[in-house]
Each structure stands twice: as structure tokens, then as C-alpha cells.
Unconditional design. Structure first.
Length: 73
């Protein structure tokens, strides 16, 4: 798993309490705002700011992602 995938994986576990499927992680990466992805590009995918902003974004958008989080397409 790449660094960004590891961070997304860990953030999703923190929010949902379970391991996400690969498709969900890909969807989250596609939906993350460019400003958050640029943090990973600039500082690295294991940077605290990238991780924190990703966790907050997933938490704030949990309702929007609910179908993905439940495995519903």
C-alpha cells in the first residue's frame, strides 16, 4: 500500500471502526479536495497535517460517503 493509501486506510478505520475496501479508498482519494492532496504531495503522505485534514474531511463528509462506507455504490 502506498503512503496515501495507508493514511486513507487509517483515517477510514478511525471514522468507521472497520477496515475499508480498496474501492472505497480510491473513491475517497478521488473526492478529497485538491488542497488536501497537495499537502501530501508537498509534505509527504505521512505528514500530520495531511493525516489530520484527511480525517476531518472524512468525518465531516461521512453522510455524503455513507453509501461508500456501507459498500453501496
Amino acid at each position: 500500500m502506498s503512503g496515501i493509501n495507508n493514511t486513507i486506510h487509517d483515517c477510514l478505520i478511525s471514522v468507521t471502526g472497520r477496515a475499508p475496501e480498496q474501492d472505497l479508498m480510491k473513491r475517497v482519494i478521488r473526492l478529497l479536495p485538491a488542497s488536501i492532496l497537495l499537502l501530501a504531495e508537498h509534505w509527504g503522505p505521512n505528514d500530520t497535517e495531511f493525516r489530520d485534514k484527511t480525517l476531518i474531511w472524512i468525518s465531516n463528509n461521512k453522510k455524503m460517503l455513507e453509501g461508500e462506507l456501507c459498500g453501496i455504490n
